[in-house]
Design a protein around this ligand. Structure first.
Ligand code: GDD
Ligand code: MN
Length: 414
């Protein structure tokens, strides 16, 4: 059931973020297919929503009457944008409204909207009127001329920004350059990879699982979709008149995470990783936890052994410090590094068992550390610090690998 009769609102899909090859079987009053589905993601756009729905409807009623739909996807805005949109339903037969209460975020909002879309062409436009609606017809023409993806761009003829400060222009271009370095194959294909105003053929993104973080859904579409031809249309990014931007420093962090994730999971890198099959993400988490353990070890060691504090003898101090660090590492690894595994092995007894195995392996790791250290110092590199680094690296890989196979056994039988 994708439609709630009592509220008139769309139900939120709960499946993974994949677009089907064909529109969903529609069971609501909007039972016909359309050519174009335009998603309007909103968060706190109460003062814009009526205006944009009105302008878009007039425009598209002229251009492709009855052959489009507008899908507002609101993330349960505290200003009740969804309610305003809901109140417009009787006047705009092409309008549909989704209120998301469980999930958050611009990119996933767009995908959820596309999942209920009935069109062959799927588009997105900001809900604050910063994207000039007139450009839609030119974008649609690009698609009709054969483009799989049509992007509204600030950086081609006819494009630009209205009155941005030097700092903002610099940040925007800086983000683009960084993206070009990390992901040239994706960002190099369009002049404005940051654009949130574009449309794509359903067939170009069907059946791939989209996995975006944050704001920049276009990267995901180009990075994972099967986009051959791309068309671009210039537009001027307008100033906001109502409401405010939701961009914070978090969007910049998300953007970098998104770039790295795409880098690691698409193209040649993904193929290589598939072949080698090394759980890199897990290993990095394990390493980070290990690093936290170093600090725990140092702190406890200081508290126990320092003449200014407890002044305990060296060996017992080191032993207790090491054990506390092992305990610290275990807790983090169990809750984070191997969370997906431990969640299927609940209960205190099982957890204790994992802890004991972890402990034994770490102890063996310590022995290994000492052996490697001695071997390296005596036969390879006399510098004890470099040798210790090598020993730590070897031990970390050992600890990780054996714990992966033993303490948190991923290949557990059903
Ligand atoms: N559903 C939902 N959930 N909508 C959101 C969310 C969210 O978490 N965050 C923002 N939005 C909606 C806003 O209500 C607005 O309609 C649109 O997404 C863009 O958000 P702004 O906060 O206005 O972003 P901007 O003005 O900085 O625009 C930048 O990002 C856009 C989106 O990628 C520019 O780079 C634009 O070119 C780009 O289109
Ligand atoms: Mn905006």
């Amino acid at each position: 059931m994708e439609f709630d009769l009592s509220t008139g609102l769309l139900s939120v899909p709960t499946s993974k973020l994949t677009i089907d090859e064909y529109p969903p079987e529609v069971s609501d009053i909007h039972s016909n297919r359309v050519y174009f589905s335009l998603v309007i993601p909103t968060f706190k756009e109460r003062d814009n929503i009526e205006n944009i729905v009105k302008i878009l409807s007039e425009l598209l009623d002229n251009f492709i009457p009855d052959n489009y739909e507008l899908i507002v996807v609101d993330d349960d805005s505290p200003d009740r944008t969804w309610e305003v949109a809901q109140s417009l339903l009787p006047d705009y037969p092409q309008l549909r409204v989704m209120r998301r209460q469980q999930e958050r975020g611009l990119s996933s909002a767009v995908i959820r909207g596309w999942q209920v879309a009935r069109g062959d062409v799927l588009g997105v436009i900001d809900g604050d009127l910063q994207h000039p609606p007139e450009v839609l017809t030119q974008l649609l023409e690009k698609v009709q001329q054969g483009a799989d993806l049509a992007v509204a761009s600030r950086h081609v003829d006819g494009g630009g920004v209205s009155s941005w400060s030097v700092v903002r222009r610099f940040l925007s271009r800086g983000a683009q350059v960084l993206g070009l370095i990390i992901l040239p194959g994706v960002l190099g294909r369009v002049s404005d990879p940051m654009s949130g105003y574009f449309m794509v053929k359903r067939s170009a993104i069907a059946n791939v699982t989209l996995n975006p973080v944050g704001y920049k859904i276009l990267l995901e579409v180009i990075g994972r979709g099967m986009v051959r031809e791309i068309g671009e249309v210039g537009y001027v990014f307008r100033e906001r008149t109502e409401g405010e931007s939701k961009v914070t420093w978090k969007q910049y962090v998300d953007y970098i995470r998104h770039l790295l994730r795409l880098r690691l999971t698409t193209g040649r890198v993904a193929k290589f990783r598939q072949k080698v099959n090394f759980p890199l993400g897990r290993f990095l988490r394990f390493g980070l936890v290990g690093l936290s353990g170093v600090f725990v070890d140092m702190a406890v060691f200081y508290l126990l052994s320092d003449p200014a504090t407890l002044a305990l003898p060296l060996t017992p101090s080191k032993f207790i410090a090491g054990e506390v660090a092992v305990f610290n590492n275990f807790l983090w690894n169990d809750a984070w590094t191997f969370a997906d595994v431990s969640i299927n092995q609940r209960g205190w007894r099982k957890r204790l068992k994992r802890f004991l195995k972890f402990n034994v392996i770490c102890l063996a790791g310590l022995v290994l550390n000492i052996i490697v250290l001695n071997l390296v110092v005596n036969f390879l590199i006399p510098n004890p610090y470099i040798a210790n680094l090598i020993a730590i690296a070897v031990t970390t890989i050992w600890n990780f690998w054996v714990n992966l196979k033993l303490s948190w056994r991923v290949t557990d039988v059903k």
